[in-house]
Design a protein around this ligand. Structure first.
Ligand SMILES: Nc1ncnc2c1ncn2[C@@H]1O[C@H](COP(=O)(O)OP(=O)(O)OP(=O)(O)O)[C@@H](O)[C@H]1O
Ligand SMILES: [Mg+2]
Length: 441
């Protein structure tokens, strides 16, 4: 069988280009193999009420932000996948976590990418506790499992899944069958021994953990480490979590002594809170359970060549194109010979539809070269007819806006009746994008 190493497409004959993801030279021959199973004692079925849930109590990682994303801490037998682009700081974060966990239980850091002395060099730079953490430079998971079983390690870090081999599994390292084999083997190991395993996974350019979604359904928790490498800020986001909420984010700053937790998010996502600039708008997005106030900026300039440029950073491009089409059609504002750029402050990627209104207003504000009212936040999803749609959790958002000292907020009219009476903030409801534009410009 030939497997595509990017998307997992299967075919019985070799092809130069994968018909599914259209990547060249990614089909790799793989023989069907079965992964050696770890022996596990026979377990009889038990009544649900007789099962002891205390065995799954939470273990703190000593990093409050990470604990919060995990849903209160780690759970015994949990396998956590940490994905991120090369150089984003996965090894740095996990070395810090591992050294903290080593105070709570025996911890092993298995590195197949770096030599133990390179890790020692990093540990010195980070100033982490070096007295109780064990390092193993090994790429064979069978060997590593022997050490883990013989020495009763409770926490294990595998850096990274793309460069280790599972016992009894053919195929080159990083191939689909090898990655699946490794994840399967480690899951068995974690569940049968009740240990916590952190697994590092590299992410390809388009954001999928290499060896596609294969890993994600096997593991218990998926944490993505994202952010512009040059900005220094890194955002850790839970996209899957069997023992806690998803979507939550934590922000870290990369400094020479490692990753520092950032708790005042407004400093990063709201750099120009008090100065009204044309093309700039403040939105409120809910990421996970937390409302975040974020500044978005747009720049609309006349296209100098025949082809117009449209770029977004931190916002879905298709959604952005749709908003531009709505602005052109419903507001009769022509952008067809204009370059339009949109940027979200702090390197964050927002997916909450409630930011539509702010995104559209930022573009309109830059096109008209007029500022939006100062100290205001704009919330609303925009429909194809230019109407403002109701958003969820309006009171949670308003509470955050009031806490950050904004004076007014523009929301969809359909949200007005559910707004708590207690807010001192000036709250105004509108039914369409057109009405808001008439009011604010
Ligand atoms: N002396 C230093 N001072 C400040 N930052 C540093 C220093 N050395 C490394 N870094 C930061 O650490 C980052 C690399 O971190 P790390 O090796 O943990 O990333 P990674 O995600 O594990 O990478 P890879 O995918 O290659 O394994 C660099 O991008 C850089 O930002
Ligand atoms: Mg690394």
């Amino acid at each position: 069988m030939y497997n595509c190493s990017d998307c997992g497409y299967k075919t019985i004959k070799w092809l130069g280009r994968c018909p599914s993801c259209e990547a060249w030279d990614t089909l790799i021959e793989e023989k069907k193999t079965s992964v050696t199973r770890i022996s596990r004692e026979k377990i009889a079925p038990k009544l649900l009420r007789e099962i002891d849930e205390i065995a799954c109590s939470r273990i703190s990682t000593q990093l409050d932000e990470l604990d919060r994303i995990l849903g209160g801490g780690l759970v015994k037998g949990e396998i956590v996948l940490v994905g991120g682009e090369p150089g984003v700081g996965k090894s740095t974060l996990l070395l810090d976590v591992a050294s903290k966990l080593s105070l709570a239980g025996k911890t092993l850091y298995v590195s197949a990418e770096e030599s133990p002395s390179q890790i020692a060099l990093r540990a010195k730079r980070l100033g982490v506790n070096q007295d109780s953490l064990f390092i193993l430079g090994e790429d064979d998971l069978g060997e590593a499992a022997n050490y883990i079983q013989d020495n009763d390690y409770e926490f294990v870090v595998i850096d990274s899944v793309q460069v280790v081999r599972a016992p009894g599994c053919d195929g080159p390292k990083g191939s689909v069958s090898q990655i699946r084999g490794c994840a399967d083997y480690l899951t068995q190991l974690a569940k049968s021994l009740g240990i916590v395993v952190f697994l590092v996974g590299h992410v390809t350019k388009d954001g999928a953990i290499a060896g596609p979604k294969l890993l994600e359904h096997i593991v218990d928790c998926v944490l993505y480490f994202e952010g512009e490498i040059s900005s220094g800020y890194r955002i850790l986001r839970a996209t899957k979590n069997r023992f806690g909420p998803t979507g939550n984010i934590a922000v870290f700053e990369m400094v020479s002594t490692g990753l520092r937790q950032v708790k005042k998010l407004n400093d990063i996502f709201l750099p120009h809170k008090d100065s009204a600039l044309s093309g700039s708008c403040v939105v409120c997005a809910i990421e996970g359970l937390r409302p975040l106030l974020i500044e978005v900026q747009s720049l609309v300039t006349k296209a100098s060549f025949g082809v117009v440029r449209r770029r977004t950073l931190g916002f879905d491009f298709n959604r952005f194109s749709l908003l531009i089409a709505i602005i052109e059609k419903r507001l009769k504002l022509s952008l067809s010979n204009q370059d339009v750029f949109l940027n979200v402050a702090g390197g964050l990627k927002i997916s909450d539809p409630a930011v539509d209104l702010g995104m559209a207003l930022a573009v309109i504000s830059s096109a008209k070269e007029k500022q939006l009212p100062p100290s205001s936040v704009f919330i609303g999803e925009i429909g194809l007819a230019g109407e403002l749609r109701r958003v969820n959790n309006i009171n949670l958002r308003l509470k955050e806006i009031e806490r950050a000292d904004f004076s007014s907020c523009f929301i969809p009219e359909s949200n007005l009746k559910e707004v708590d009476k207690k807010f001192k903030l000036k709250i105004r409801g509108f039914s369409s994008l057109g009405d808001i534009v008439k009011e604010v410009f």
